[in-house]
Design a protein around this ligand. Sequence first.
Ligand code: NAD
Ligand code: DAU
Length: 336
Amino acid sequence: MGRKQLRILVTGGAGFIGSNFVFHMLKKHPDYHIICLDALTYAGNLSTLKDVMDNPQFKFIRRDIRDRNAIDAVFTEYHPDIVVNFAAESHVDRSIENPGIFLETNIIGTSVLMDASKKYGVSRFHQVSTDEVYGDLPLDRPDLLFKETTPLHTSSPYSASKASADLLVQAYHRTYGLPVTISRCSNNYGPYQFPEKLIPLMIINALNDKKLPVYGKGINVRDWLYVEDHCKAIDLILHKGKDGEIYNIGGHNEMRNIDIVKLILKKLNKPESLIEFVADRKGHDQRYAIDPEKIHTELDWLPETMFADGIEKTIDWYLSNEDWWQETTRTNYIFI
Ligand code: NAD
Ligand code: DAU
């Protein structure tokens, strides 16, 4: 892809990873136009974007990716070169309670975006997917990792909806020749993550001296990546990735939930007695672990933030941005 003033449509840009991606792109490519489209569901927060609202290269529009007419009008008006689809219902527990909206947003919404991308001839449609499409790995087989060729084998309505979207993206590539890429990343952490997810929830509960609910025995393993490293990987895929390809993103950083929770308590100088073991998540995936060899060898990507530094930065961010999480939990958390 040659160097030009690209117009990039970022969907879900008022959420956790999407907003970090917007910040990264405006900084790294100050000549690009970033059009951020978000429905502002409970997980989207306009105040997250306040620092870039006045940037002339940035435009926010409130739209729903399920709304075909609205999306068509966006493409007519902004004619993006590239679409990066972060917009999704993203929380596994919510998908177990209410699967329907996950199917609508994550599957139908993705197809609406791809229909417009096809009609208006974008040069790349990038689908932000997840390692959860591979299902889980056993705890006692540390030798096993998810590769791009690992069969899809989903556990929750969330992961099934993301896998369905991936299949549709591949179908649009094969059937219509839509230039697509897919990235499948492991668990992200960092600033602006909605406090329903493990790390921000535990930080905020600990700060409030509230109980820290650990599912089951806390021995499930996740593979953590600092959000900025994920954003840099997507940027690389947009510029150097090959059409039709899937790229796994992860930094070989597997940790048990209970160890993360204890680390957070230690950093905040709070007692472990705040931990409360609660009923396990239904269908709880045991272990995720990404093999990032392909993106490393083909695109020269490597994570830059070690977990020890990333978790420090993340805790500091939540300590210094109480206004953000107070507001977001007050206005949005009730939807759970
Ligand atoms: P998030 O829940 O923080 O943000 C999702 C955003 O999408 C919100 O701003 C929300 O308002 C918006 N949105 C939801 N439905 C919409 C709709 N119908 N139309 C337009 N906008 C809508 O999610 P996140 O954690 O930032 O995840 C972003 C993407 O990355 C998702 O596709 C998710 O599957 C994927 N992902 C997340 C992680 C992770 O650890 N959080 C890891 C790998 C992949
Ligand atoms: O792997 C990528 C995925 O990571 C993304 O696709 C999802 O969008 C994202 O939400 C995340 O899914 P997880 O289910 O792994 O994340 P969550 O933060 O919900 O949970 C992490 C682990 O912590 C998981 O094993 C469940 C456990 N947990 C979670 C919460 C919210 C608890 O023990 N207690 C909790 O209160």
